[in-house]
Design a protein around this ligand. Structure first.
Ligand code: ZN
Length: 77
C-alpha cells in the first residue's frame, strides 16, 4: 500500500513515515490553536496550507486533508 500523498510505501496508517509525522504534528498544533482561537479544523487546515512558514510535509498533509474533507476523529479532552 502506498502513502495517500506521495509514492512512498505507507506504514500502518495511510501515510508514509514522513507524512505520518507531519500529520501528527498538524493534529497536535491544532490542539494548541484551539485553546487560543475560535477556529474550526477546516479553517485551521487552510491556515496551515497557506502559511509560508509551514513545512513542505505538513502543507501537503493539510492540503490532502482539505481535499479529502476528512473529519478529525480525535476526541476532545
Ligand atoms: Zn507520503
Amino acid at each position: 500500500m502506498k502513502c495517500v500523498i506521495c509514492d512512498r510505501e505507507a506504514c500502518e496508517n495511510r501515510y508514509c513515515e514522513l507524512h505520518m509525522k507531519a500529520y501528527e504534528s498538524v493534529v497536535k498544533k491544532y490542539d494548541l490553536w484551539k485553546k487560543a482561537l475560535e477556529i474550526s479544523w477546516k479553517e485551521y487546515l487552510s491556515e496551515v496550507a497557506k502559511n509560508p512558514l509551514t513545512g513542505e510535509w505538513a502543507r501537503e498533509v493539510a492540503e490532502y486533508l482539505i481535499k479529502s474533507g476528512e473529519v478529525r476523529n480525535v476526541t476532545d479532552g
